[in-house]
Design a protein around this ligand. Structure first.
Ligand code: URA
Length: 377
């Protein structure tokens, strides 16, 4: 089985989900994509892991799925070749947010995997290709219908992409947060501590509560779709127990080694607070509640820091990004951190900070909670 997202900022769900699904007994031949527009791509994120290979021949993919249980790789010149070419063209030709092209792009990869079940994460909001929930529903219905017509039990969740998922965006920073989702001890709680006692970033397990929740939701749907669980609640508990067991963290390492990663170098890199030359904090100018944290602005800033592509041949800087992001609903005090910027030089950081200031809105009133999963189709 597999999961695919239509793309967002900080959307790293596939990384922790693949090993979790493998530990739940599934076989996961995940064929992923690169960044498109301002959204990050799973393959670009994985390229930040020392030695990790995403370009694998079909024989190796099959072998790894049988042996390890999961693989995350890209299209090749012989496997889903059209998507690879069309993708690069769409990215630079203003044809990214097209329902037929997104449907074809995602399902061509997923149908090549001969799946039994598929869950699709269809994003809506300011940083998604579908800005409105209505358009996201249209896209979800098109993909769910095509998947099911082609014999794959397909479901879609519509999820909010007005604010980034998790607290980190940028290729390497997202890998790091994905590992922390599998094993929270990777990010010591103290690193996230704010000044105020009610500030929820104090607790390591709540630092990426939305990410963890979506990973569990996707796993739970697949358990129900494949009749391994009767209800969504029972499935979620099964997925949560598995995640808490620590087995998916070990499976992640197994997948990395199978795909050529240098585990020693990877673990050393994980221990670093930053791999970028410059790091700077954006601080709140007044106390209050975070009312808005605009994922589109954050995505554009990261792309312009070098974390995404402006042309189809742009080289990516894996180390830049934004982390420790304060999320809507959270309280911040004056001068407390709203996020950190990882950049290549101080000129970059200045313009990034100026733009990031416009991404956050602080209000005296705590905003109501918006559910992450708005609908299931
Ligand atoms: N992911 C894909 O693989 N293709 C798209 O068009 C969008 C997201």
């Amino acid at each position: 089985m597999d999961k695919h997202s239509t793309g967002g900022i900080g959307d790293k769900v596939s990384l922790p989900l693949a090993p979790l699904l493998a530990c739940l007994g599934f076989r996961v031949p995940m064929v992923s994509g690169r960044g498109l527009g301002i959204t990050g791509g799973t393959l670009d994120k994985l390229d930040s892991i020392p030695g990790f290979k995403t370009l694998l021949p079909a024989g190796k993919i099959v072998e790894q799925v049988q042996k390890v249980g999961c693989v995350i790789c890209g299209q090749t010149d012989r496997m889903v070749p059209a998507d690879k070419k069309i993708y690069a063209l769409r990215d630079v030709s203003g044809t990214v947010p097209s329902i037929p092209l997104i449907t074809a792009s995602i399902l061509s990869k997923k149908l090549a995997e001969s799946l039994d079940a598929l869950v699709l994460d269809v994003k809506f909001g300011c940083a998604a290709f579908m800005q409105t929930r209505t358009d996201a529903r249209k896209l979800a219905k098109a993909m769910v219908a095509l998947g099911n017509e082609c014999g794959v039990n397909t479901r879609a969740v519509l999820t909010d992409m007005n604010t980034p998922l998790g607290r980190a965006a940028g290729n390497w920073l997202e890998v790091k947060e994905s590992v922390a989702c599998l094993d929270p001890s990777v990010l010591p709680a103290s690193r996230w501590q704010g000044k105020s006692s009610q500030f929820c970033r104090q607790d390591a397990s709540s630092t990426f509560a939305d990410l963890r929740s979506l990973v569990l939701d996707c796993a739970a749907h697949l358990l129900v779709q494949t009749r391994k669980a009767k209800t969504l609640a029972a499935a979620r508990k099964q997925a949560e127990d598995c995640l808490n067991s620590g087995a998916p963290r070990k499976k992640w390492d197994e997948m990395l080694v199978a795909q050529g990663a240098d585990l020693g170098a990877f673990n050393k890199k994980l221990a670093l607070d930053t791999t970028a030359p410059v790091i700077i904090e954006l601080k709140a100018e007044k106390p209050g509640f975070v009312a808005k944290c605009d994922a589109r602005i954050i995505g554009e800033v990261i792309r312009d820091l070098g974390g995404g592509r402006l042309t189809k041949d742009s080289a990516i800087n894996y180390d830049v990004g934004v982390d420790q992001i304060a999320k809507p609903g959270e309280r911040v005090e004056k001068s407390e951190r709203l996020c950190r910027v990882h950049a290549t030089d101080s000129v970059q950081t200045k313009s990034a900070i100026a733009r990031l200031k416009t991404a956050f809105e602080i209000s005296t009133k705590q905003p109501g909670k918006t559910p992450l999963v708005a609908e299931v189709i």
